[in-house]
Design a protein around this ligand. Structure first.
Ligand code: ADP
Ligand code: ZN
Length: 228
């Protein structure tokens, strides 16, 4: 409408779930979306790693499961998310990265969101071939300071081992040994992959088969445009 500012579709409050195997690019897509919108990225993995690093009660409870590439209990995760979703920065939307990861978590999230009067927009299922995933996970490096993600082959930090953004140390995660990676993928297939069917039934699933995060963003923009 002339004279009125055109509302960018990314300016709407979005509430999305990013679903996909470890290494599918959930974190990268979430970071791109936060830069384009008011939504915050909520990564249960980042929250848990921070708790482990700080040595909190939560961290102590989660550490062993994480190191082995197993899931942390649903109760612990729902405790974290119940608090997190009530924080003020969630008012302008959120991108759930790495949560929910089990059917019980998805059911509990539904109740939680209904209680705070919020609705999910849709669920982005990032579908990446297994060989690409394996290659990415073994070459992935993470900043212990800010969570920035690097890749020793395709996107190394400018100075080896040092984050471009915050100067923190860029390392291979504890759960990114070959053994833990293979366990994480098995756990994903068994516990998390069924969520695609769960959200499909709810009419909320957007599956994107793409290895580039730009392509994923485009598909999300298209869906936002279509439902706005
Ligand atoms: P990924 O790269 O596998 O997506 P994340 O950073 O999301 O890794 O998670 C790292 C680890 O933290 C998982 O392997 C698991 O032990 C734990 N974790 C994170 N989110 C959840 C969750 N929603 N439910 C249970 N465990 C979780
Ligand atoms: Zn950093």
């Amino acid at each position: 409408m002339p004279g009125y500012p055109v509302k960018n579709k990314m300016e709407m409050d979005m509430r999305l779930i990013l679903l996909g195997a470890p290494g599918a690019g959930k974190g990268t897509v979430a970071k791109l979306l936060t830069a384009m919108s008011g939504a915050v990225q909520i990564s249960t993995g980042d929250i848990l790693r921070a708790a482990v690093a700080a040595g909190t009660e939560l961290g102590k409870k989660a550490e062993a499961a994480m190191k082995a590439g197993d899931l942390v209990s649903d109760d612990l995760i729902m405790g974290i998310m119940g608090e997190r979703l009530k924080e003020d920065d969630c008012k302008k939307g959120y991108l759930l990265d790495g949560f929910p990861r089990t059917i019980p978590q998805a059911e509990a999230l539904k109740v939680l969101m209904a209680n705070i009067g919020e609705e999910l927009d849709f669920v982005v299922n990032i579908d990446v071939p297994k060989d690409v995933i394996l290659d990415r996970l073994t070459t992935r490096r993470t900043c212990t300071g800010c969570g920035a993600i690097y890749n020793v082959k395709s996107n190394p930090p400018k100075e080896e081992g040092k984050c471009n953004d915050c100067g923190g140390s860029v390392v291979q995660r504890d759960d990114e040994t070959e053994e833990a990676i293979s366990n994480r993928l098995d756990v994903y297939n068994e516990k998390t992959a069924p969520l695609a069917g769960f959200y499909e039934k709810e009419g909320m699933l957007l599956t994107v088969s793409a290895t580039s995060s730009d392509a994923v963003i485009e598909a999300i923009e298209e869906r936002l445009g279509a439902t706005a």
